[in-house]
Write a protein that binds this ligand. Structure first.
Ligand code: UDX
Length: 474
């Protein structure tokens, strides 16, 4: 394998993992970010986020001297390949993606590229962007001779970021024109960078820029749709007396559908799915085909509704929430992550607080990141047992293994009242009820509201569940 000198511009989650992974492949890598603190931390070998395996490859890259970090674009001039790993956050004025970080970076890069005159240079976009972005960014580089842009979306999942980067299930290369000789040269250069990854023979698909951009946005939108679909079904389950985990298990056995991303619960969050879904909707509207993706607004609304449903359930269990002690298990948007961006757990905690509850949030990794957002809204308690003490209601919203494996008898001895909302359908209802807990879930029959006196409109099927022995139901 030949060693390539490359840069990664923007060393957030995606960029930092990409930079260290490329050094792991044997390349000379320089990561750039305008955030001097982040650059200093990375250069000191301190991972700015929790990601399995990342600390090791960061340390190895630094130790071998193959990996370094800078804030100065001038340091990038010698690199043959430049990866763009910048964020595309949701715009403050609507659903669309804010492309300003990418635009600024490409302009700054364009300033230093001419000093490599003659030799071909490759710019590779990795960020998730609306269709049409690569072509626009390409125009900003068009005045530079020998510079080619390829759009190569990244599909990594947090928690598996290193593995997904070094052993991806597919590689997608978007080029400006497949027939063009320059594009062929660009593809060959990128193949050279990924030579060791290609040894595992992942499918490598070459297509136009817009298709490559759409692969990423539609993949994320599809995943979000799958989650909201099962969550919509879970609303039906709650009113009909069905258990959504039974439905999902059997539906997922059809391999045309597949079992993954059918876990019903409080829904999706994180730095990608919610904002990418909205950016996709906005992009369709800008292109005049908003109706085509109109259903994605409902996907977003279903996701929001599940968060509200947790608060409703809390009210059903406690009545007025003012002054009531509620402990939320989870702050990160998913387990094995310290990322709290658009975290359903923190959103629900905020809503519970707005309804008057005294909220304590616990999480093994996410509390530091939760602090700025939850300041004055919730007590942040790293110790699980301490967090449970005094709780009148416990709400499980991020399925960390320590919460999935919580012993109901032990937890029951700590709380003030054994009431649990399982927002991820990970607890065994029988086991918890047998230990004396009132357990409500999202999408299971037991989540039916308690019968109102004189109410005749409730389906028969839900009643026996709601009246199980061992619960403190009226
Ligand atoms: C996602 C995509 O999976 C990845 O391909 C893309 O590159 C970036 O966005 P990530 O944000 O790391 O990755 O999280 P993911 O594991 O996909 O989970 C997203 C959210 O959906 C989490 O909040 C998770 O709890 C939720 N989820 C996932 C469900 O509610 N149910 C499921 O069945 C699966």
């Amino acid at each position: 394998m030949t060693t390539t000198t490359l840069s990664v511009i923007g060393v957030g989650y995606l960029g930092a993992v990409h930079a260290a992974s490329m050094a792991e492949l044997g390349h000379e890598v320089i990561g750039l970010d305008i955030d001097a603190e982040r650059v200093a931390a990375l250069q000191a070998g301190i991972p700015p986020f929790h990601e399995p395996g990342f600390a090791d490859i960061l340390a190895r890259g630094l130790a071998t001297g193959r990996l370094r970090f800078t804030t100065d674009y001038a340091d990038l001039a010698g690199a043959e390949v430049h990866f763009l790993g910048l964020g595309t956050p949701q715009r403050a004025d609507g659903f669309g993606a804010d492309l300003s970080h990418l635009e600024t970076a490409v302009d700054a890069l364009a300033e230093v590229l001419p000093s490599r005159s003659g030799a071909p240079t490759l710019v590779v976009g990795k960020s998730t962007v609306p269709a049409g972005t690569a072509r626009l960014l390409g125009e900003r580089l068009a005045h530079l001779e020998g510079v080619q842009l390829v759009w190569n979306p990244e599909f990594l999942r947090e928690g598996f970021a290193v593995q997904d980067t070094l052993d991806p299930d597919r590689l997608v290369y978007g080029v400006h024109d497949r027939e063009d000789a320059a594009a062929e040269q660009a593809i060959a250069m990128l193949d050279g960078v990924y030579a060791r990854i290609l040894e595992n023979q992942p499918p490598r698909l070459v297509m136009g820029y817009e298709a490559a951009e759409l692969v990423k946005t539609s993949a994320n939108a599809f995943l979000a749709t799958k989650i909201s679909f099962i969550n919509a079904v879970s609303e039906m389950c709650e009113v009909t007396g069905a258990d959504v985990t039974d439905v999902a298990r059997a539906v997922g056995m059809d391999d045309r559908i597949g079992a993954k991303f059918l876990r019903a619960g409080v829904g999706f969050g994180g730095g990608c799915l919610p904002k990418d879904l909205r950016a996709f909707i906005a992009s369709a509207e800008e292109h005049g085909v908003g109706e085509a993706l109109g259903f994605l607004r409902e996907v977003d609304a279903i996701n929001d509704r599940r968060r509200g449903r947790v608060v409703e359930l809390a009210r059903e269990l406690l009545g007025d929430l003012h002054g009531r002690r509620v402990t939320v298990l989870g702050a990160a948007f998913k387990p094995d992550s310290d990322d709290v961006r658009d975290s359903p757990a923190l959103d629900v905690a905020t809503r519970l607080r707005a309804a008057g509850a005294e909220v304590t949030v616990t999480d093994p990794e996410g509390l530091e990141n939760a602090r700025p957002r939850m300041d004055g809204l919730a007590e942040l308690e790293p110790d699980l047992d301490t967090a449970l003490q005094g709780a009148e209601l416990t709400v499980l919203l991020t399925e960390w293994s320590q919460y999935r494996e919580l012993d109901p008898a032990r937890a029951g001895a700590l709380v003030t009242a054994p009431r649990m909302i399982d927002g991820r359908n990970v607890l065994d209802p029988q086991q918890w009820r047998a230990a004396g807990w009132t357990l409500r879930s999202l999408g299971r029959a037991d989540a039916l509201p308690a019968p109102r006196p004189g109410a005749t409109d409730r389906p028969e099927t839900g009643e026996p569940e709601a009246r199980q022995p061992g619960t403190d139901e009226p």
